[in-house]
Design a protein around this ligand. Structure first.
Ligand SMILES: [Zn+2]
Length: 412
């Protein structure tokens, strides 16, 4: 290669270069060719020189391929280390931009490249990343597998980790047993699969590598242990004895029986709906489809021995509102549901309680027949709109094992 001329303008540095090699190798058959078909000029952009963009005016030749059997009749010569086929940048600039793109991504990479006098758009940087060849998957002895979200709550994939190097080795487009089993095929170097409690990963590993030990990773062991301890403590809550000397909670008339909240009612109803199906032997997925609840909820309700496990029966704390409740209750039963009106006329604590104590027994704040509470229209959220417009389920469905409530190390 010979540099015939260099010139510098306000905006760039220009090199006029030509190739001098007597022959070039055909990219299809590798035959050295010396018969020139034509010449033309390429202008690949190069890395900056002295802070200014560099442009190379490179005169290249098109050769006839001398091999009659070759499907290429003519080909353009490439300068090794400088140009590549169809490239509008030099190899050096291409590699520099790839590194910028890998480290900063599109928008930030675009800003840095402009500062380095290598102007490029963010979308081009992203395209460079997509064109890169993926590194070969190394031989992994202990393979970690878990889900990750492409779109949180909507689309999940699988990430595979080399547990020795703690580096990701591959990602899979979904988190099904079939995909995982297909990846494991012909990978006999895997000696241990380190997974969460997901049934799909267990099934995939069992199918592709039967007999390979499957263990739970440390995070899931600790997480499941904490969940199991919490469940056990909640189950034994009735065993707790009240303290011998109760603190003074005020006059006995103010003490009420524990009120069954709407949340508790809903929890019981849901448990009655889900748990019997689970006991009959239905799968979590099937129950989810029948009832419409997501799998996490179904699993939680299915595995609870009683609704009490799900109800956090916490004694109510006294609040500053308690002293005003008798008056507010009276106003509410009269039909006043205007908060401002009630607040401005709310008397201090000395006001006697209303003469209808029976109202305060079960559902004291339920709307009476006098005036039903006003309901504001609920607008659909952007997420639900997006979900329903493309035909998918509107209910976000996390993967099956986000709630890993089952007992831990039992079968690992
Ligand atoms: Zn050829």
């Amino acid at each position: 290669m010979a540099v015939d001329q260099t010139s510098r303008s306000d905006s760039s540095v220009r090199f006029i270069v030509r190739c001098t090699a007597p022959t070039a190798r055909c990219p299809a058959c590798g035959t050295a060719a010396g018969r020139v078909h034509s010449r033309y000029v390429r202008r690949p952009a190069d890395t900056a020189v002295g802070g200014q963009p560099a442009v190379i005016n490179l005169q290249v030749r098109r050769f006839f391929c001398g091999n009659d059997a070759c499907q290429k009749k003519t080909f353009a010569e490439q300068v090794e280390g400088l140009t590549f086929r169809y490239g509008r940048r030099t190899v050096l600039l291409q590699q520099a931009l790839e590194q910028v793109a890998l480290m900063l991504g599109g928008a930030a990479g675009e800003r840095l490249a402009a500062r380095l006098s290598m102007p490029v758009s963010g979308s081009t940087l992203l395209r460079l990343i997509r064109r890169l060849e993926l590194p070969a998957v190394p031989a992994v002895e202990v393979l970690g597998v878990d889900e990750f979200a492409f779109r949180r709550g909507r689309k999940f994939g699988t990430i595979l980790i080399d547990m020795h190097s703690r580096r990701p080795v591959d990602v899979l487009p979904d988190h099904t047993a079939d995909t995982f089993a297909a990846w494991l095929q012909d990978r006999d170097h895997v000696r241990t699969v380190c997974r969460d409690r997901s049934g799909s990963f267990a099934e995939g590993a069992q199918r592709a590598l039967p007999g390979v030990p499957q263990v739970a990773d440390r995070w899931h062991v600790l997480h499941n242990l904490a969940t199991a301890v919490e469940k056990a403590i909640r189950r034994h809550r009735p065993c707790l004895q009240p303290p011998e000397s109760e603190p003074d909670l005020g006059p006995a008339t103010e003490r009420q029986e524990p009120v069954v909240t709407r949340t508790e009612e809903n929890t019981r109803a849901r448990w009655q709906q889900i748990h019997p199906l689970y006991v009959k032997g239905m799968k979590i997925d099937a129950i989810s489809q029948v009832t419409g609840y997501d799998r996490t909820t179904v699993r939680r309700y299915a595995r609870a021995a009683s609704p009490e496990e799900l109800i956090r029966s916490r004694p109510r704390r006294r609040t500053t509102l308690d002293m005003h409740k008798p008056y507010l209750l009276a106003r509410w039963t009269e039909g006043c549901d205007n908060a401002r009106s009630c607040a401005t006329r709310s008397p201090p604590a000395a006001t006697p309680a209303p003469a209808r104590p029976s109202v305060a027994s079960s559902t004291p704040w339920a709307p009476g027949p006098i005036r039903p509470p006003r309901r504001r229209p609920r607008w659909p959220s952007p997420t639900s709109c997006a979900g329903s417009s493309d035909g998918r389920r509107t209910r976000a469905r996390p993967p099956g094992n986000t709630s890993r409530t089952s007992a831990i190390v039992a079968d690992t």
